[in-house]
Design a binder for this molecule. Structure first.
Ligand code: NAD
Length: 261
């Protein structure tokens, strides 16, 4: 229970990687502020299950990560309701695929808002609280696409490269405040975000979902296996640990070798 007494916000934690991270931090004793979209009854079931399984306080805030004032409200609520906000995991993300010339401008704005600007707004609100307690951990969920490009993902790749730049600046600015800031760069993780891409390709290419899964992996990852939300959660717990006290401004890959080639 290395994170007992600490409060963590995990944005976009009603699904996929964020949910895996929230469980991993809760298992280490952190109180959790959940966030993300979904049916109210489903979110309440997630909240109750997490609290019961790990014996920690779990709350939910429905901030839309496109809106700066809602993000600031969520940060204040986490600190006020759960106490001493010291861990911020910026995970919420969306995807849209099209070539640059066909990319709708409003989709570009939405991807940049959720995948990049939300991390800035959350950090801006959380850092003064972390400074006041002299300890903080900021973990930004970037992507292999924060390090390398793929066709038809202009907004996502630009946002994720931006997240890694933001992470480096925070690492430098906060180096002597007891606060670290790092990015995690996953390769393929089989979540609803990726399942939508698999389903779309299966339809346009006339292949089965299993065939597209194999193709996705073979195109990018030497290791032909998806990472899991639990594995991303374990890396996040490491970055929040005392063992990682001097790890800051780093972009840590967990990508089956995607960016090694
Ligand atoms: P997911 O679709 O399963 O989950 C996304 C979460 O973000 C959900 O909880 C959703 O409700 C929330 N969300 C979306 N828009 C929001 C908004 N405006 N306000 C608040 N919450 C919002 O996706 P995932 O695969 O778990 O992705 C999580 C993160 O991991 C994203 O940043 C994504 O870019 C990144 N990532 C995913 C993969 C992968 O292969 N799945 C790989 C690399 C990086």
């Amino acid at each position: 229970m290395s994170l007992h007494g600490k409060t963590a916000i995990v944005t976009g934690s009603t699904s996929g990687i964020g949910l895996g991270i929230a469980h991993a931090l809760a298992a280490e004793g952190a109180a959790i502020m959940l966030n993300g979209f979904g049916e109210a009854a489903d979110i309440e079931a997630i909240r109750q299950d997490m609290a019961a399984r790990h014996g920690v306080q779990v709350r939910y805030h429905g901030a839309d990560m496109r809106r700066a004032h809602e993000i600031a409200d969520m940060v204040a609520a986490a600190d006020g309701e759960l106490g001493c906000l010291q861990i911020l995991v910026n995970n919420a993300g969306i995807q849209f695929t099209a070539s640059i010339e066909d990319f709708p401008a409003e989709r570009w704005d939405a991807v940049l808002a959720v995948n990049l600007s939300s991390a800035f707004h959350a950090m801006r609100a959380a850092i003064p609280r972390m400074k006041s307690s002299g300890w903080g951990r900021i973990v930004n969920i970037a992507s292999a696409h924060g390090l390398v490009a793929s066709a038809n993902k202009a907004a996502y790749v630009a946002a994720k490269h931006g997240v890694i730049g933001l992470t480096k600046v925070a690492g430098v600015e906060l180096a002597n405040d007891g606060i670290t800031c790092n990015a995690i760069c996953p390769g393929w993780v089989l979540t609803p975000l990726v399942q939508k891409q698999i389903d779309a390709r299966a339809q346009t290419e006339g292949r089965t979902g299993a065939e597209v899964e194999c193709a996705l992996l073979a195109e990018k990852q030497p290791m032909l296996a998806f990472s899991t939300p639990e594995q991303i959660g374990a890396m996040c717990v490491y970055l929040c640990s005392e063992g990682a006290r001097t790890v800051t401004g780093a972009a840590m890959s967990i990508d089956g070798g995607w960016t090694a080639v």
